[in-house]
Design a protein around this ligand. Structure first.
Ligand SMILES: [Zn+2]
Length: 418
């Protein structure tokens, strides 16, 4: 893609309400545009990142046998009245259709997925199953600040497991927890897992995948020795400096964190209120046992941006970067422009994702924009590099610029992106 033709260029201005770094860089870099409080456009750069996250998440879940589907964003209010949540959830956006039907915009999908379960999961032979969707949701929040960290409309991965018994639920819970670890590893995001137990079932009842960041709205207690973590909200009576309850050696410290994912055992509450029963092997009728598993995909874009940046801009991990390579031509000499154009064609031909800054701009402007956008590899073709029959390569994550001979470039790039 040529940056001269690209929609959504960088901007110098920082919007007034921008309080955190990820929000500033995502707006200035041309990744997102605010439509209204808590509502954002994903511009082409931002949509590329979002799409990669979406795909990686689905791929890792598929490896665990999860099946993907899509449920509607608009729900009849009647489903929400069955579980009693119609009157309990204060962020539920309610409206009446032109035909007089009471509806809600979904903030989550337990009701619709349980409705599917009661129609399709009739006997123990239909179980276990895990269903997933990556779908937009809406929470009618009073306050929506912090860029993509806290929006009204957001993209979620939400999966739901269905089992005959607690052993099955434990297995699926473990499977999903493993998938989440693989996802966070692949997208280059360090997470701290915060567990909560109620002691009624085997293993923990929930795990939150937290990204440690000052901009996070959650507060968690972390042990400085064993990394054991607890959500402060759930850790009754605990405070900063207390002895770790897990290892008994380290001390807890309180840190801010962003909740990036959550796996949770629901049990039979939804199945009972919506009468999702199956016939077990012994002929008895039982409520199906459920678990739910969610990752905020649009929030991940901000979470990564929040922890992966420097004073000049974003530093995207290579698997989620909007492009792999940012090619810059410096100078107006025809041999430079011709070589840059030729190299662009070759790299694209080899399957690399390249953003080619072909604009007639100063070197300073091109460097600043390249740092702000944060593509992992920057390549420069200039008069100086041509004299050395080379291209200058610099990794956005750090290190000095290197001159790489044109013949060696493909090998270097393939090794880095493999
Ligand atoms: Zn500890």
């Amino acid at each position: 893609m040529k940056y001269s033709k690209f929609f959504g260029k960088t901007q110098k201005e920082v919007p007034k309400d921008v309080l955190i770094r990820s929000h500033e860089y995502l707006v200035r870099g041309g990744f997102i545009n605010q439509v209204a409080a808590g509502l954002y456009d994903f511009l082409p750069l931002g949509f590329l990142v979002l799409s990669k996250l979406d795909r990686i998440i689905k791929e890792e879940l598929s490896k665990k046998g999860v099946q993907h589907l899509l449920m509607p964003f608009v729900h009849p209010a009647s489903l929400w009245k069955e579980t009693g949540r119609y009157d309990k959830i204060d962020v539920l956006l309610k409206f009446t259709s032109a035909r007089g039907t009471d509806c809600v915009l979904a903030p989550t999908h337990e009701e619709t997925v349980t409705d599917l379960a009661r129609k399709y999961l009739k006997t123990y032979k239909d179980l276990p199953v895990i269903l997933n969707q990556n779908q937009w949701k809406y929470r009618d929040e009073m306050r929506a600040t912090g860029g993509l960290l806290r929006t009204r409309e957001f993209l979620m991965q939400d999966a739901y497991s269905f089992d005959c018994n607690d052993v099955g639920l434990d297995e699926n819970f473990k499977k999903m927890s493993e998938a989440y670890h693989a996802i966070f590893e692949r997208i280059g995001l360090d997470v701290t897992v915060v567990k909560a137990d109620s002691g009624t079932m085997g293993g923990s009842d929930s795990e939150e995948f937290m990204v440690l960041a000052d901009a996070g709205e959650d507060k968690i207690l972390i042990c400085d020795k064993c990394d054991y973590g607890m959500n402060l909200e759930k850790a009754e009576g605990m405070s900063d400096g207390d002895l770790c309850t897990e290892c008994g050696k380290g001390n807890f410290k309180i840190v801010n964190a962003i909740e990036a994912g959550h796996v949770f055992k629901l049990g039979t509450c939804y199945a009972e209120s919506m009468k999702a029963y199956f016939v077990d092997e012994d002929g008895s009728s039982k409520p199906v046992i459920m678990g739910c598993y969610g990752i905020g995909i649009s929030r991940l874009v901000a979470s990564i941006a929040e922890v992966s940046n420097d004073e000049n801009g974003l530093i995207w991990p290579k698997n989620v970067a909007p492009f792999q390579i940012n090619l810059l031509s410096l100078g107006k000499e025809s041999e430079v422009l011709e070589k840059a154009e030729e190299l662009y064609g070759e790299l694209v031909g080899e399957g690399f994702e390249v953003l080619y800054d072909d604009r007639d701009e100063s070197a300073g402007k091109k460097f600043a924009d390249s740092d702000l956008i944060g593509i992992p590899v920057r390549l420069i073709v200039s008069k100086r590099s041509l004299e050395a029959k080379s291209v200058e390569l610099k990794y956005r994550s750090g290190g000095d610029a290197m001159m790489i001979a044109f013949d060696d470039l493909s090998g270097v790039l393939q090794k880095f992106f493999k």
